[in-house]
Ligand binder design. Structure first.
Ligand SMILES: [Zn+2]
Length: 236
């Protein structure tokens, strides 16, 4: 992060320095974090459903709540940084407070595919939306800047999902195949790389973390038994 004084002479002379706004009062420009949060996590929220009315999804919600704890630990967060909701909405969505909305239709379709459900949840937790609130630099982003940041952010979430699935000793292929089969994602949305690129990112992250996990298990079997997210039992 630059510590350059806003509007200082050096920023005018340095062609590689950030472009500080000249016309607007810097105090009026939202922080980069706010702009990203708005672009990625402030979409209209889906209708939250009462899980009691969807007993056929109770088992899936229980499973996801268990994995939420492991995934939050892997991401470096607390379990209660995230709340899981059943929703009448798209596949999955997270808001800037860490509320996760899992689409009922998606859960029903994926009811026998825990690796896919956990992979999708991992992607959402991988966003760690609260951390954007700490990104306080104020800079007027162009549409292209913001789209590039959003692609970067989506890639981070994809990387996390690949790594997390490897740590949990689950396959990433169901998530990869799901992405590749999403016809509505086939035309790259400006916020995403094309599905083939995302699939590769997830596979690579999964493979390299899988190797790391194997050698860690060989070298530190006890550490692994005590600390691995797979064996994360939470507080006693
Ligand atoms: Zn995402």
């Amino acid at each position: 992060m630059s510590r350059r004084i806003e509007g200082g002479l050096s920023s005018q002379l340095n062609p590689f320095g950030p472009q500080w706004p000249t016309s607007k009062d810097p105090g009026q420009i939202p922080s980069v974090g706010e702009q990203v949060q708005r672009a990625l996590f402030s979409r209209p929220l889906p209708l939250v459903l009462d899980p009691a009315k969807f007993p056929m999804l109770a088992e899936q919600m229980r499973l996801l709540n268990r994995y939420k704890k492991k995934l939050a630990a892997l991401a470096g967060d607390e379990d209660d940084d995230y709340t899981l909701n059943l929703a009448d909405g798209p596949i999955a969505q997270i808001d800037e407070q860490g509320n996760i909305y899992m689409g009922a239709q998606f859960l029903f379709a994926a009811r026998d595919n825990p690796e896919l459900m956990v992979g999708v949840l991992a992607h959402e937790i991988g966003h760690r939306p609260r951390r954007w609130a700490d990104y306080k630099v104020r800079k007027d982003l162009t549409k292209e800047d913001l789209e590039a940041l959003c692609r970067h952010e989506e890639t981070r979430a994809d990387l996390f999902s690949g790594r997390a699935l490897a740590e949990l000793e689950m396959s990433a292929e169901p998530l990869v195949q799901f992405l590749l089969n999403q016809t509505q994602l086939a035309t790259p949305h400006p916020e995403y790389f094309p599905p083939e690129v995302r699939a590769q990112v997830i596979r690579d992250a999964h493979m390299s973390r899988g190797y790391a996990l194997e050698s860690r298990k060989k070298l530190f079997p006890d550490y692994e038994r005590l600390h691995s997210p797979k064996g994360h039992l939470g507080e006693f």
